[in-house]
Design a protein around this ligand. Structure first.
Ligand SMILES: NC(=O)c1ccc[n+]([C@@H]2O[C@H](COP(=O)([O-])OP(=O)(O)OC[C@H]3O[C@@H](n4cnc5c(N)ncnc54)[C@H](O)[C@@H]3O)[C@@H](O)[C@H]2O)c1
Length: 261
């Protein structure tokens, strides 16, 4: 049992959905560093194995499952394998998503197939993985933690064709508040982080344009884009006893960007 207010995750088990991604793998390593045992659910076997290797190198116990978390049967399989291996599930971090830069269209012509792709990648993945995880948390009777990844774009329009992404992230923020109210009775808190640009392969092409990057950085008071390491502390806070009385919150991790709006 950890001290009240502790950031320790000793004894806890965390399912990192999309744990092979740039942000997911950094969060898997960060939570492992705080003492959690880690289950990586990830559609790419190669990425799952690479992220697991990184966690193992920290001396932590890790399970890697290659699965598509938009498929309920697959999400249930990750959770079942996690509980079989570790005996419990305490935390889910939803780190599947993105795609914004790959499907930019004028709002009045936004193609429905791309709209559906962005919604499946961001919203359905979060919904389906969380449903599977929360059923196990309720059955376990120890409460739990759900952490979603929204975006500053949930609250800020952008004048360049991002309709589907902003709408999907807005839905993730709304769902975060809704789930917080529904699952409080089970001792499960639900929170989200809302980052601005984080230096990852998904946004490398955009940030590779020096004029674009300079424009982004000029709007961020702390004067730089995010690094994956910047997300670890905020997520650890939401996963740990330090945030026991915090639920339904969307925490901007944006160098002050939204404070200027
Ligand atoms: N990178 C940024 O600048 C930024 C900013 C704000 C928010 N975010 C959000 O952070 C999250 C993670 O972004 P990232 O940059 O790490 O992306 P990423 O592509 O590096 O990671 C996502 C991972 O999810 C996996 N995945 C995709 N579909 C899956 C499925 N159906 N089932 C299981 N795994 C699946 C991918 O293989 C990948 O490893 C996204 O929700 C993104 O919108 C990113």
């Amino acid at each position: 049992m950890s001290q009240p207010g502790s950031f320790s995750l000793d004894g806890r088990v965390a399912f990192i959905s999309g744990g092979g991604g740039a942000i997911g793998s950094a969060l898997a390593a960060g939570l492992a560093g705080a003492g959690a045992r880690i289950a990586i659910g990830e559609i790419s076997q190669e990425r799952a194995d690479a992220a697991a290797e990184g966690v193992r190198a920290l001396g932590a116990d890790v399970l890697a499952v290659a699965a598509d978390v938009t498929d309920p049967a697959e999400a249930e399989r990750i959770v079942a394998e996690t509980v079989a291996r570790f005996g419990r599930l305490d935390i889910i971090v939803n780190a599947v998503g993105g795609g914004a830069g790959r499907v930019i269209f004028p709002a009045e012509e936004y193609p429905l197939k791309d709209w559906d792709w962005i919604f499946d990648l961001n919203l359905r993945s979060t919904l389906v993985a969380t449903q599977a995880a929360v059923k196990a948390m309720i059955a376990g009777g120890r409460g739990g933690r759900v952490v979603n990844i929204s975006s500053v774009r949930a609250n800020l329009g952008i004048n360049s064709g991002y309709s589907a992404y902003v709408a999907a992230k807005g839905a993730i923020s709304s769902l975060t508040r809704q789930w917080a109210t529904e699952w409080a009775r089970h001792g499960i808190t639900v929170n989200a982080i809302a980052p601005t640009f984080v230096d990852t392969p998904q946004v490398a092409m955009l940030l590779g344009d020096p004029a674009f990057k300079a424009g982004v950085v000029a709007r961020i008071p702390l004067g730089r884009v995010g690094e994956t390491a910047d997300l670890v502390g905020p997520v650890l806070f939401f996963c740990s006893d330090a945030s026991s009385f915090v639920t339904g919150q969307i925490l901007g991790v944006d160098g002050g960007l939204t404070a200027t709006q």
